[in-house]
Structure formats: structure tokens, C-alpha cells
Design a protein. Sequence first.
Length: 106
Amino acid sequence: MKLLPELVMALVIEFAAAARAEFDEAFHWYAERSGEAALSFAAEVEVAIGKLSADPGRFPPTYAGCQQCLLHRFPYFIVFHRSAGKISIVAIAHAKRRPGYWTNRR
């Protein structure tokens, strides 16, 4: 008997304007030092977003009802909030600076 693959509902990913600005700022910081590092940073963010959209429940909770996904090779994490059919990226936050500064964005 052949099993049908499970149907997976695609989640809409939205970036808050402030989160996009944080990504751009970090990307440009890395680009000033190494184009390769900047591209690696962008690729790692893309992979992390893929993981959190595939299984958002696997990431730990943080402040204000959000969750966070730590990047592996860079000192950043993606802060997100999920609701029915949607993931809102709240921040691309540096892991060592100003914890919880983004809580009023949710």
C-alpha cells in the first residue's frame, strides 16, 4: 500500500520593517569586511527561515510570546511570532546586544 505524503500548509513569512533594516545593517557590516562573509550570513538567514517555516514549534519561546531561531555560524538570532498561517519576523537580533529590545514590536 502506498501512503500519500502529508499535506503541508505553506506559511506566509512577513518581515517587520525594523527586522529588514537589522538584516540589511548586519549584511552591510559583513560586506565591508568580506563579501563572502556577507553572502554566508544571508544564506544562513535564508536556511534558518526555511527551518522555522517548516517546523516553527521546534524553537524555544522568548519574550512577548515570540520564539527565536539561533543562527549557527553568526552571533544572531531570528525572533518571530506565529499565528494562523503566518510567521512574522520581528527582529534579526545580535545575540550579545540588548536582549529583548524588540518586545514592543510584536
